[in-house]
Write a protein that binds this ligand. Structure first.
Ligand SMILES: Nc1ncnc2c1ncn2[C@@H]1O[C@H](COP(=O)(O)OP(=O)(O)O)[C@@H](O)[C@H]1O
Ligand SMILES: [Mg+2]
Length: 226
């Protein structure tokens, strides 16, 4: 059984136009996935369904075979799924290590020696002690991205989701981040990355593509009228 399954998932924000239409995808542990598609195709919407932030309009998202809409979604979000948001969602006036500790505390999972574990996680994503104890607002974009990854891992979730994690990074940092996500999959996690980057797509185990139906329909119409 897959750790995550999307069964006939459709989603609409306004009850009319469907952003997602009848998606049937599954995701396994020990694997790195890419979700691609042009801007507006519904990638972030799909991640928010998988993250348990909202329920599908039709169909179901199953975690470990259970319908997410019937599970305690707060527990799911604080125990089972770590999310790296496009905007990082870090607290800029706290240090890197404080941000990671906050993720641990919010989870409520029993975690001994939070500070030590947080430092260990930051070290794992390539931030030494001097960076780990610096306020986030004084870190570079790439360093903040690493903090966001460490925070997403703070409660040892089975599923890790990342929305455009390499968006504004140079190629070397991008490669670093992707290899880090690949390592997480090797360690047993199910890692799902939303990305535009062809380099990232090259590195994953499996790619799912979202088609922007609405955009396509418009183009066809214009061509016919010419
Ligand atoms: N909160 C919202 N309310 C209404 N429409 C939205 C909302 N968020 C996104 N959309 C629309 O849904 C579509 C998919 O958006 P999104 O999932 O953010 O796409 P992507 O991440 O692939 O760029 C877009 O047409 C966008 O305008
Ligand atoms: Mg998006």
């Amino acid at each position: 059984m897959s750790i995550l399954e999307l069964n006939n998932v459709s989603y609409s924000y306004d009850g009319r136009r469907r952003v997602l239409e009848d998606i049937n995808w599954s995701f396994d542990e020990h694997k790195l996935y890419a979700v691609t598609g042009r801007s507006g195709a519904g990638k972030t919407t799909l991640l928010s369904l998988v993250a348990g932030l909202t329920n599908p309009t039709e169909g179901a998202v199953l975690f470990d075979g259970k319908d997410l809409s019937k599970l305690d979604r707060y527990r799911y979000r604080s125990h089972d799924v770590g999310v790296i948001f496009q905007s990082f969602n870090l607290l800029p006036h706290l240090t890197a290590v404080e941000n990671v500790e906050l993720g641990m505390r919010a989870s409520g999972k029993r975690i001994g020696h939070r500070r030590d574990q947080a430092m260990e996680l930051l070290d794992k994503v390539g931030l030494d002690e001097s960076l780990a104890t610096r306020r986030v607002l004084k870190l570079s974009g790439g360093e903040q991205q690493r903090v966001a990854i460490a925070r997403a891992l703070s409660f040892d979730p089975k599923v890790v989701l990342a929305d455009e994690p390499t968006g504004n990074l140079d190629l070397a940092t991008q490669n670093d981040i992707v290899s880090m996500l690949g390592d997480l999959a090797d360690e047993g996690k199910c890692v799902i990355v939303v990305t535009h980057s062809p380099e990232v797509v090259e590195c994953v185990d499996q790619v799912y593509r979202l088609k922007a139906e609405a955009v396509k329909a418009k183009k066809t119409r214009r061509r016919q009228s010419n």
